[in-house]
Design a protein around this ligand. Structure first.
Ligand SMILES: C[S@@+](CC[C@H](N)C(=O)[O-])C[C@H]1O[C@@H](n2cnc3c(N)ncnc32)[C@H](O)[C@@H]1O
Length: 359
């Protein structure tokens, strides 16, 4: 499949921090922020506020002349902060499957000092292309899930809060849409998706209600889906834990966009692109994503796997990564107050070890 690829060189531009703000004081809910030596977050105003922005910049620590790959460009909040540090000789490769992100890239790239390139397709495919080209990166970032721009664009159908066509595709040219998925999927498989990706207690009842409703007429709008979900949930439980359709919408969105499959395929590709000394960082908003990132990085950070009673190592296995914080880094209470969508974020990062690095 061919991919639209934009490439342009930047003969100069702005340098320094994007928002010019000072670092705010520490405090609030956080895990391992202090242990990782990280500052309080920077929160620049934008249609999508980049989550854990200061922490990402600190961990990836981009330097002039380096190559950074942002696998989830979105509105370009993280890209901007990273690219501003790369100078005229650096390169930032931005990936996103959303055409609106491509438009945003055109606006933003002229303001940034480094070589800027955009690849519009799923990140597993884009990373495969970069591998074929022999690109080597100093830093790779994943900021998973949907952008505020996607959630707040009513007609994209991501939100249970607005009536809109049932779509939920990050790439409107991909298949299936939520409408197609819900029209075709087998009831048991749908219940599995709702339970696994949405942790929805009433998954079987909701799946049954969706299948019954589509026997009368296909579900076309988010409002029809919300109604069907609400009717399937017992009245006392309907408003027990947030909006009753929240978990199902999340699950259907994850399935429509194959978000977990994408991540499973992309992590090894991203790791493969990194030079020795390079850093991979990922922000996850869902426990299933975070678990995948955690396991992937932990596996690379694991050295000898010989039984503990063996006097000398027989496996010869050496760690190829150093974790940059023992636990996931979470946003501070201050960041969550300013941007409630940051509340479930978990940032993990690891450095690829050079031969001879202490293990
Ligand atoms: C949370 S937003 C990123 C926001 C961005 N870091 C910023 O500061 O503006 C996630 C973005 O990743 C994109 N995305 C998610 N999964 C993707 C995939 N598998 N391939 C390409 N893009 C993806 C979405 O379209 C969305 O724009």
């Amino acid at each position: 499949m061919s991919m639209p690829v934009l490439e342009m060189s930047k003969p100069g531009g702005r340098h320094g921090r994007a928002d010019g703000s000072k670092r705010a004081g520490a405090g609030g809910r956080r895990r391992d922020r202090r242990a990782a030596g990280l500052p309080a977050p920077l929160i620049p105003p934008s249609p999508h506020t980049p989550v854990l922005a200061a922490e990402v910049v600190e961990l990836l620590d981009p330097r002039p002349g380096q190559v950074v790959v942002d696998c989830t460009f979105g509105w370009g909040g993280h890209t901007r902060l990273l690219a501003e540090r790369l100078g005229e000789d650096g390169t930032l490769v931005a990936i996103d499957r959303d055409p609106l992100s491509e438009q945003r890239f055109h606006e933003l790239s002229g303001e940034l000092p480094c070589h800027m390139r955009f690849i519009r397709c799923a990140y597993d495919e884009a990373l495969g292309q970069l591998e074929d080209e022999g690109l080597q990166a100093d830093a790779v970032l994943f900021d998973l899930g949907t952008s505020s721009m996607q959630l707040d664009t009513r007609e994209r159908g991501f939100s249970y809060s607005y009536d809109a066509p049932l779509d939920m595709r990050m790439d409107p040219g991909s298949e299936p849409s939520a409408r197609t998925l819900l029209a075709e999927i087998d009831e048991r498989r749908l219940a599995g998706i709702l339970r696994e990706y949405g942790e929805e207690r009433y998954a079987p009842a909701i799946a049954r209600a969706i299948v019954r409703r589509r026997e009368v007429a296909p579900l076309r709008s988010t409002q029809e889906l919300v109604e069907t979900i609400c009717q399937a949930i017992p009245a006392p439980a309907r408003f027990a834990a947030g909006h009753p359709a929240k978990r199902s919408f999340q699950a259907i969105r994850i399935a429509v966009n194959d978000e977990l499959g994408q991540l499973d395929r992309a992590l090894p590709l991203a790791w493969g692109l990194l030079r020795s000394g390079g850093v991979l960082a990922a922000i996850a908003f869902h426990s299933l994503e975070d678990r995948r990132v955690k396991r992937f990085l932990a596996e690379r950070a694991r050295g000898c796997i010989c039984p503990p009673d063996l006097p000398v190592c027989a496996c010869g296995r050496e760690a190829e990564a150093a974790l940059l914080s023992r636990r996931a880094i979470a946003p501070s209470a201050q960041e969550i107050a300013a941007n409630p969508r940051a509340s479930s974020a978990h940032l993990r990062a690891a450095r690829k070890l050079r031969s001879g690095d202490p293990r």
